[in-house]
Every structure is written in C-alpha cells, then in structure tokens.
Design a protein around this ligand. Sequence first.
Ligand SMILES: *Cc1c(COP(=O)(O)O)cnc(C)c1O
Length: 362
Amino acid sequence: MKRIFFTAGPSQYYPTVPQHLRFAIDEQIMSISHRGDEFMKIYENADSGLRRFLGIPESHKVFFFGSATEIWERITQNCIEAHSAHFVNGVFGERFAWTAKQYGKKTTVIEAPFGKGFDFVNAELPEDVEVIGLTHNESSNGVMLNMEDVHGLKDRYPEMLITLDVVSSMPYPQIDYTKVDVTYFSVQKGFGLPAGLGVAIISPQAFEKAGSLVKKGIGTGSYHSFAELEKYAQKRQTPETPNVMNLYLLGKVCKDLQNKGLETIRTETNEKAELMDSYFESHPVLKPFVDKRRDRSRTMAVVTTGGTSQKIVDALLEQGIEVGLGYGQWANKHLRIANFPAHSKEDIKHLLHALDTLSSHL
Ligand SMILES: *Cc1c(COP(=O)(O)O)cnc(C)c1O
C-alpha cells in the first residue's frame, strides 16, 4: 500500500520529487564531478532558486551544510566568542544551547515551560550576549513563535545576532531578513526532500562576526567555516564533495514552490491548520497540546491522546497513514502531525476522516 507521511521529518516528499529524481538518474547527476561546470549550474540553481522563492536579499550569504544539527555547531564556532542566550521551551532549543556548551561557551537560558510561549517583552538579556538562539517552531511540542516577537528582539538588541531555527516551519514564516542574522533549516521537512542537506541564510553582520573572530586568532572551524564556505560559494562550489543529488532536487523544488507562490502556500497552510484546529478543539478525546492559539504551530499539529498514541499510530498505519508519536517521554501521550506544502487540503481531510473511524482505539 502506498503510504502518506504526516511525520515531522523526514516527511511526505513534495509531489514533483519523483519526476525530478527520474530525470536526475537519466542525466547521471550522481556521477558528475563537483568541480565541473555541470555541478556549478546545479549549485547556481539551488542558490538562486532559494533566493527567488524566499526573497533573500543579495547582501545575505546562502551556505549549504549536512543538516541543521551541523548548523548549530557552525553558528557556535563562527558567531560566539564567549556568550550566547537561548530561548528554550523544548528539546530542539535546548540542543543548540547544549552544542554551545560543548564548545565551552557561557550559555544563558531563558526558559518557558514545555508547550508554552515566552514572555519576550519582559525578557532581559545580559549586555555581553553575542548570539540569541530562537526556535521558530519547537517540533517537540508544537509551540510556534510570532515573527513580531522575533523582529522585536533585534530592535531591542541590535548588537546581538538573532539566529532562527526554522527547520520545521520554512517556508511558512514571514521573515524580515534585516532582523534575523542566521536563518537555518534542513530540507526533509517543509521542503519535502530527502534528508542530508542543511541551509543557512547569513546576514552581513553575522558574516562579519566570523571575520572578527578570525582576526582575533580564534578558530572558526575548518572546511565549513563561514570564510571557507564563502571562498567556494564564489566559485559556485562547496569545500567538500556535497550532496549533489539533493542540491539538484532543491533547485528544482524551489522553482515548483515558487510557481505555486509563497503567499498561496502560506494561505493554504493556514487553512489546513484551521481544519485541524477546529477538528481537535471539538474532539471528545484528542485535544491541542498548546492551549493558547497565539502560540500554536501552523505547520505541525500536536495533540494529546491520554496514553493511546501508539495504538492510534498503528491503526492509522493500516490505512496507509503515518503520523508521528510524541517526542521522547511524550511518545505515547502526544501525536505530531506535519502540515507542510507537500500535504494537500485533501490529504488533511483524509487524515481527519481516518481519525473519525478510530473511536474504538481512543
Ligand atoms: C528536525 C529538527 C532539527 C534537526 O534537524 P536535522 O536535519 O536532523 O539536523 C532541528 N530543529 C528543529 C526545530 C527540528 O524540527
């Protein structure tokens, strides 16, 4: 049976991926040199595809990595000399703080309870903080930040670098790139691509920070330091042999997404989120985990099950539908349901209808 994946990531592939993959095989993309003209065109298409689709300013760099997890480490090496601050209300925000700690950085953590938003207005940061770590969509519990709050932090702390994890929300958030210094994601979630590729959008301020660390004699890493990435990006190449196939697919899917239109994608995302919101708000058992609508993710529904998540997941699987369990200790208490551009409104309706048939499992 053909399955549909509502899992958080890897998730359902974007509908055009099979045709692009077939073409890539016909063209023998996986065998070409990463130092040749053919590859440079693939790099150029991925870079310009992202820039056009997302409206990334020319002043900003676009760098490619192996994953978002890697990007936490690269931000730590290239942007933090001594002190970072992290807004943590779940597992992924915590993981970035942990990464900075492994490098001996001082980390100030501003906490909110699991599943709650932050009181940004009253948050006070120490003056010597260099980097602020934010998770736009906390995939472990479905809290989504408001972009006005994110931009407001930059207004209050213009000297600090704002870093925004948009792994499980891109391309949904409306980002003012003059107010976010490192915007980063991996492609197996909202972009509907295979895993193994991370993207970071770097502001001039963040890029200069890396340069100032180098000038002070502080190591910023080796092959994936910002300086090294920029040196190769100028040549439309990467320092290492990269994930050529995925860069190829990214360029293609960015074009497809752009043809659909970012505004249409956002509107549809809101409509699908609304379908799920009203369904779960009136469901006798399954309830939205994030109670305040203002803090609730639009790109991932997280619902409480009262301890029957595994049963529900198994029963849905019999109908060819994969949804995610809760994260870690919440595995059997929550369900996580992705709402990405690859998921159509019909897909969401199909899932909600399937849930209707499961009442005996609840
Ligand atoms: C999945 C996820 C990550 C990690 O992404 P990888 O591609 O596995 O490195 C980081 N942050 C958030 C919010 C995520 O959902």
